[in-house]
Unconditional design. Structure first.
Length: 547
């Protein structure tokens, strides 16, 4: 790369948002480059389950499903809780079906999941029992060639499993009964599934159009002239670089989840850990606010999880955080308790824990439900995966254990009497498949996908009554509550209210002003794809600037 390279459109970040903007721009005939800070491609998109959520899409008719833009908008307005900016929400609703169709015409392959219901708000107005969820078709090593090994690994799923198969094979909690032979064959030939497949599909499109893609390129600042963004400064493989942009720069760097200072500033909760790749540190927010960009924070954020740290070992040089909000906590033989030994939410529905976890006691000046602990027994380890290990694996040495409930309470420094009573009370109801205290496992999607559909009593409920007992401290995590303020065309808005010429933001770098406080599985990837598409469309219609 020359020191003064010039492109029409510069896309910073290689997740779905950056790749969508780059691909849509290339399809419009623009010269485009993708700049990735990491040595691998895909960012948080590669870590994801790979789900997209698109209402009133053109595939629904193939399955005799009824939907409309009006119904989709009604549902999203409910989910938003009044915290969305109307024009941004409208753009999500109306343009996501258009973006899906456009990218399919460009050769990308997506698979509708006609029987997967609206996930977390089944009682919301115009919720649908199926037809709004998608996954990407798997991508093979043969298709991608040497680029195959440059995509970020997904730490949560075996290689090659598709988004649709997770439900078809009995849910996340039934992994021991998944089609092992098929997965072995896919691993052997090299197959990307779930979030990796999403990245792979877009990467195929970029490679076919000869889009310039650079890894290990750290963008440090934006260049401007007369109030317009004209390019970027950065370093590539240790050498300073400057790239000019004729039409615009798209910030798709993800959120700030790995930046402790920004987390403290915008999240306001102790013990935060990042569930994203380590390079996701708020770079886009920093460089855009340096030139006057406005920041928007939703008043509540329901993309909020719990997880635990896996200590460093000879292979992993740093502790690794494992998010467990829609997997282990949803399985039978588990509960979550605070230091007082009490449960405080429905463990199978991570959104039910948001308010209790953020609860602040003004009398003690503390968060009563932090720290908290995931508690399980031997039955859980025999049936389910823990810390990425196969079901039935020997528990890791770092996992704290007790031969009795009282022993575990002492080791975890939990109130023993309350803890013992909590487990006894939970066991009595769980044996019957009920949870009168918190209503665990009420939603259809949680039962079908996020629990163990093969469990004889209830997909999410079973007693903890087989020693030894185990406990691991949980930490809050999630997606950023704040981001760059953008308009319906993904243009970044200045603090004075006007768009910054030549600057766009999409994906997690942009505030969730399109869906507000709520969260529906598939929103994040869809908004990245949709507003990346819209950014490129807008840039392509902008007159070129002479330098």
């Amino acid at each position: 790369m020359d020191n003064h390279t010039k492109f029409d459109l510069i896309c910073i970040g290689s997740g779905i948002a950056g790749c969508a903007a780059a691909l849509a721009g290339a399809e419009k005939g623009l010269s485009v480059c993708v700049l990735e800070k990491s040595s691998r491609l895909g960012g948080g998109s590669a870590y994801s389950t790979g789900g997209l959520w698109i209402g009133a899409n053109h595939h629904q008719a193939e399955h005799n499903l009824s939907d409309s833009l009006e119904e989709t908008q009604s549902y999203m307005e409910f989910v938003s809780g009044g915290a969305a900016i109307p024009e941004n929400l409208n753009a999500f609703v109306k343009k996501s079906p258009e973006a899906l169709k456009a990218f399919e015409k460009m050769g990308l392959r997506f698979e509708i999941r006609p029987t997967v219901p609206d996930h977390y708000y089944p009682h919301g107005p115009n919720s649908k029992p199926g037809g709004r969820s998608f996954g990407a078709a798997p991508v093979t090593r043969e298709e991608l060639g040497n680029w195959f090994n440059l995509i970020e690994e997904n730490p949560y799923f075996p290689p090659g499993v598709s988004n649709s198969e997770i439900a078809d094979w009995g849910g996340l909690g039934n992994m021991r009964n998944w089609d092992a032979k098929t997965l072995r064959e896919r691993s052997k030939i090299g197959t990307l599934g779930v979030g990796q497949a999403v990245v792979g599909q877009f990467l195929l499109g970029l490679l076919k159009r000869n889009v310039s893609i650079y890894t290990d390129f750290n963008v440090t600042s934006l260049t401007t002239r007369d109030g317009r963004v004209t390019g970027v400064n950065g370093s590539h493989s240790g050498q300073s670089k400057k790239i000019q942009a004729n039409l615009g720069v798209v910030i798709a760097t993800g959120g700030y989840e790995g930046n402790p200072e920004l987390v403290d500033r915008f999240e306001g909760i102790p013990g935060w850990r990042s569930m994203f790749p380590p390079g996701v540190t708020g770079d886009g927010m920093v460089m855009a606010t340096e030139i006057g960009a406005a920041v928007y924070r939703v008043p509540e954020n329901f993309f909020f999880f719990l997880g635990y740290e896996i200590p460093a070992d000879k292979i992993e040089k740093q502790p690794r955080f494992r998010m467990t909000g829609f997997s282990e906590l949803s399985y039978p033989h588990t509960i979550v308790v605070n230091c007082e030994g009490h449960r405080f939410f429905d463990e199978s529905s991570f959104q039910k824990g948001v308010r209790p976890l953020k609860n602040f006691d003004p009398g003690t000046h503390s968060f009563p439900n932090l720290p908290c602990f995931m508690i399980f027994d031997r039955q859980f380890l025999e049936l389910y995966s823990f810390a990425g290990r196969p079901p039935g694996a020997t528990p890791p040495k770092w996992l704290r254990r007790g031969e009795s409930v009282e022993d575990l309470a002492r080791i975890l420094e939990i109130d023993s009497t309350a803890f013992k009573n909590t487990i006894a009370r939970f066991n009595q109801s769980a044996t019957k498949g009920t949870d009168p205290e918190f209503g665990r496992g009420q939603f259809l999607w949680i039962k079908a996908v996020s629990g163990d559909a093969s469990h004889p009593v209830h997909p999410n409920l079973a007693p903890l009554n087989t020693p030894p007992y185990f406990g691991v401290q949980l930490h809050p995590s999630g997606s950023s509550s704040a981001g760059l303020l953008t308009d319906k065309n993904a243009r970044v808005v200045h603090v004075r209210g006007n768009p910054i010429n030549g600057l766009y933001a999409c994906g997690n770098a942009a505030a969730t002003a399109d869906f507000g406080v709520g969260y529906q599985a598939g929103f994040l990837l869809t908004r990245g794809m949709t507003f990346g598409y819209l950014a490129a469309q807008h840039a392509a219609n902008t007159s070129k600037v002479r330098f």
